[in-house]
Structure formats: C-alpha cells, structure tokens
Write a protein that binds this ligand. Structure first.
Ligand code: PEP
Ligand code: MG
Length: 579
C-alpha cells in the first residue's frame, strides 16, 4: 500500500527510512454520558484510580528513558504532566462525580475536563491560556487507560517508524533520543513546527497522511520517503531493494560531501556566501559546528517557553543564551524574540484561542501587548550580547509603528541595564524578519530603520498565498515558486541592497537545495537553514557562477508572468549546465 501527501519536497541527505511501524495509541474513544448502578460505584472508583496509576506509570517510564544530556525542558514537560495528574481536579474531582451521580469513570472525567478547559479558555493571560493543551494531553492519557490502552512505549524505538495522529515537539525530541528512524503523522503540514523540528533533528518525516493510524498496522515494514512525501507499507522485495540502494547512495553522497566540509562557501567566481544555521535546541549547536556553519541566522526561542507552567525568568533565559553563545565558540548568533502563537504553542499542538490564530496575537504582537513577557527576554538577549557576537531579530513585523514601539522598548531596556550596571553590547545589531506580505512590499521603510533583514518564507508564503502552513488539505498550494512570492522576495532583497544592510533568508526555502541557485541569482548572500542542509548547499555554492546565475535569473524574471514557470525554473536552475 502506498500513502502519499503532497509536501514541498525538501530534499536532504536523510530523507529515506526503512523500519517497522510503531503505532502510538493516540486514539481516544468517543465519550457519552453513561451512569452506573449504585452497587458498582466503588468498583468504578477503583477503575478510575487504576487508570490514573496507569497514566502515571506511563509518564514515569518515559521520564526514566530520557537520557541525561537531554534538555531540562523535556523533563519539565513530563513533570508538569505528572503534577497535573496529582492535582485534585483530576485525582479527586472525578471520583466525587462517580460517587455522587453514579457517572461512569469516563463521563466523570469528561465533565471535569470540560470544566477545566473552560477555565483555561477564559484566562486573561494568553500564555496561561495555552496551557489548556497540557490538560488535554493528560486527560487523554487517562482516557486511553480507561479504554484499556496505555501500553508503555518500548524501551527504545531504534529503527522504528512512529505513526501518530500528531506529535508535540517534546514527543519528537524524546523519540529522537530513543533512536526513532522516522515519523508519519496524520495532521500537520511540512512547515508545521513539529515538521521543522523533525527536519532539524535530521529525522525523515511525512506529515498530513490522513487516517495513517488506521491504515497502517503495528509492526509492519514501512518505507518513508521524506522528500516525496510517500509512505510505502509492506513494500515488495523489489521496492525494498530500490529504497535500500537509494539510502546507500545518499550515505555515500554524504560521506563524499563531508570530505570537503572544511572548504569555505566561495562561489566558483570567488564570492563568499555566508552559510548560517537555524537552531532551537541545545543539540542543534553541535550540528551547527559539525556542519561548519558561519554562524546562527535564526535561534528560535519558543522552545524555552514551551512545556512549563510559567515563562522562563530573565536569568533562565540568560543561561540558555549564554550556553548557546559559549557553545558556538565565537561564531555570531541571531536570537529571535519570542514567536509564540499559531503553530508554536506552549505544548505544541493547540492554538491560542482565536478564530484564526495565524492572523491573531502571535510573535511581536503578543510581545508588545505583554511587556512582562517581553522585557525579561530583551534584557536576557542584551545581557548575552556582552559575552559574544549576538544579533537581535524581531519576528512578524507588519507595521512601522510596531517597529518603532519595539525599538523604543529596546532602547529603554538598554537604559535600564546601564542604570543597573549590567553589561551589554550597545551596538547590538537589531534586525527584522520579513514574513508578512505588507512588510515585504514596504521593505524599504523597514530597511531604513533596521541593521539587517531576514526573509521568513514559511510565513511569507503562507500569508501571500493564503495557505495555512499547518493544514494538510491545502498544503499542495504552498508554492515557493509562485510569482507573487518571488516578486515579494525580490522586492525585499532590493530594499536591503538599496539601504546597504545585510539581507538573509531563514525560511525553509533557504535550506532547499533546489532553490539555492535562484536565491543566489536574486542577490542573496546569506542563507540560514537546518544544519543538516549545510553540506549540500555549500557544494552547490562552490559549483555556482554568480554572473551566470544573475543572467539566468533575469531571463527567469522576464518570463515570470508568461505561464507555467516550473519547467522554465527546472531548465534554468536545476540542470547541471546551470552551474
Ligand atoms: C519563517 O516564517 O520562515 C520562519 C523562519 O519562522 P518560523 O518558521 O519560526 O515561523
Ligand atoms: Mg515565521
């Protein structure tokens, strides 16, 4: 059986995996009101108590399996869930309902769950509101136990392919440590946060496969082709050999590329291109150094805020930023201020309560509304800048007023630090992400006030084409080569060049080797990507001639509005003669 999902086909050296399916039991049965007889009340209470124990055991087992070097945040995530299980809202309140109203354990839990969710929904603080996802997660564990599920996960997932409805970022990282070979999920688009995380961890993944948990069987052999967005179940021996050969060819190619790893990214005609890494987790720092990045072009800081009860303090953040600055051994790091909301919620699989979260209170909008959330982060980033080359980057800018408010806040924070005698780099470069079409169209005005720009194509494409990056139903429309997208990228690059400030790209498009030559031809000299894509991109740069690519790009843009552009793109940029 072949299941497929249209992805944007990011090619990488780790795009294929072969292994046995491990189906995560994430299905919770539908729950309806049911009452039990008075005599069986205590039996029902005992059943509920057993389910709590089983959920607790499951979490404890997972916690014990976390290796020592894993980020503290992962442990904190599990601890938060264990605490929630102990809370009287889940440990006692449902039992009261069973005793008083003779509700079934399932229904008693459901009633309490609905009450809790309502409380979270009504919370003023948008950060706390997002904790609702944790409640759902913990209740889900108890529901599964009541339905007789909750098998503890195997001790190690070595070479297994995990099939799930959805995965939180914490699940993804945990499984990476357990040696998982690949992921297949029912929900999400290739640019959802979990997919980006999987990619940065070098795990092949196909997301958005409808009903995957029902169509695929526990233990059957699967082939996951992350580049094509294809999952093959029980492949024929011929197919298996084909994919084994492809895996082998990719391994050989990687070994070949690694031989040139220390050669800097000069084009064939001698221009140096800056190759930066996108990072998020402590483990990404090693990958950044191993792949010889020139710096970090995007440090996503949301992970520090996820999986915990309260936002991290200034000191906690400072510790994390200094660890990154130290770990990077002197290469520059661009720390992006918080971009919570939409695809990045505090537990990774829910949304801030807005009818349309991607258009709602997210990123800089949330930060400006909640200075108590924002200022500790600004202080921590500024303080970290005293210890190494740090740049500060603002996500999701759409208006100049917003930019002005942010710059004012940064200046005020600098004055406060100075008054307190705390060190920072007074010249810290402040840049902005261009990821909203309005900002791209008016990039000139942003370029005049900022020290650098970085194009975030994941959001820029989502907002330009009105395609939800998380939605598996429409992600086939997500097209980096859409003329409108290319036009906006070009406008942004031209604005930065005119203002004489550095311009880079840190969306996934920058790490897709198919687009490297076009982006160089359009004038980009700084690309930031998942560390595993650096090897291949460096090789393409080294074989490219900028003059030639400039010409091809002009030819391409001259025909941009003439019809189907993919064949033209392929002819100009993907064939060997385009080098
Ligand atoms: C982007 O939007 O392209 C980007 C890099 O930011 P994120 O994926 O974190 O939203
Ligand atoms: Mg973005």
């Amino acid at each position: 059986m072949t299941l497929s999902c249209l992805g944007i086909g990011i090619s990488s050296l780790h795009e294929i995996a072969i292994g046995d399916a491990y189906l995560l039991q994430q299905h919770t049965p539908e729950i309806n009101k049911r009452e039990i007889s008075a005599e069986s009340t205590e039996q029902e209470v005992a059943r509920y108590a057993n389910a709590l124990t089983s959920a607790r055991n499951k979490l404890t087992t997972i916690r014990q399996q976390i290796p020592g070097e894993t980020a503290k945040d992962i442990r904190a995530f599990i601890d938060t869930h264990l605490l929630m299980l102990e809370d009287s809202a889940l440990s006692e309140a449902p039992i009261e309902l069973i005793r008083q109203h003779h509700y079934s354990a399932e229904w008693a839990l459901q009633v309490r769950r609905d009450e809790l969710v309502k409380i979270f929904d009504e919370m003023e603080d948008p950060y706390l509101r997002t904790r609702k996802d944790d409640v759902e997660h913990v209740v889900g564990l108890v529901q599964i136990a009541l339905a007789g599920g909750n098998e503890p996960p195997p001790d190690n997932l070595h070479d297994r392919i995990v099939v799930a409805r959805d995965l939180t970022p914490a699940d993804t990282i945990l499984m990476k440590h357990q040696g998982v070979a690949a992921f297949v999920t029912e929900f999400g688009g290739p640019l959802s946060h979990t997919a980006i995380l999987a990619r940065s961890l070098g795990i092949p993944a196909v997301v958005g496969i409808h009903q995957a948990t029902q169509l695929l069987q526990q233990g059957e052999t699967l082939v996951v082709d992350g580049a094509q967005g294809v999952v093959l179940a029980q492949p024929s021996p011929k197919m298996l050999v084909h994919y084994q050969n492809r895996m082998r060819a990719l391994e050989l190619r990687e070994a070949e590329l690694r031989r040139h790893i220390d050669l800097p990214a000069f084009t064939h005609d001698g221009e140096r291109i800056a190759l930066f890494a996108n990072i998020e987790l402590p483990e990404d720092i090693d990958a950044t150094l191993q792949n010889r990045a020139d710096g970090v072009g995007l440090f996503r800081t949301e992970f520090l805020y996820m999986n915990r009860r309260t936002p991290p303090t200034e000191e906690e953040q400072l510790e994390a930023y200094l660890a990154a600055v130290d770990g990077l051994k002197g290469i520059p790091i661009t720390i992006r201020t918080l971009d919570l909301g939409a695809d990045k919620t505090t537990s990774g699989n829910g949304c801030l309560p807005s009818v349309n979260p991607a258009l709602g209170l997210r990123a800089i909008r949330l930060c400006l509304k909640e200075p108590r959330l924002f200022i500790p982060q600004l202080r921590a980033i500024l303080r970290a800048s005293a210890k190494g080359p740090v740049r500060l980057m603002i996500p999701m800018l759409s208006s100049l007023q917003q930019l002005q408010d942010t710059l004012d806040l940064i200046e005020q924070t600098k004055r406060d630090l100075q008054a307190e005698g705390l060190d920072f780099d007074p010249q810290i470069p402040v840049g902005g992400m261009i990821e909203i079409p309005a900002a791209a169209i008016t990039a000139r005005s942003f370029a005049r006030q900022l020290d650098f720009l970085s194009i975030g194509t994941n959001d820029l494409i989502q907002y330009t084409l009105a395609v939800d990056r998380m939605d598996e139903e429409v992600n086939f429309l997500f097209d980096p080569l859409h003329p409108a997208v290319l036009q906006l990228i070009r406008t942004t690059i031209d604005a930065a060049l005119e203002a004489n400030i550095p311009i880079g790209m840190c969306g996934e498009m920058a790490g897709d080797p198919r687009f490297t030559r076009l982006l160089l031809g359009m004038g980009l000299r700084e690309l930031s990507m998942q560390p595993s894509a650096l090897l291949e991109t460096r090789e393409i740069i080294r074989s490219s001639n900028l003059k030639d690519l400039g010409q091809r790009t002009r030819e391409f843009f001259a025909q941009l509005y003439e019809g189907e552009i993919t064949p033209l793109f392929d002819r100009l940029f993907t064939n060997d003669h385009a080098h």
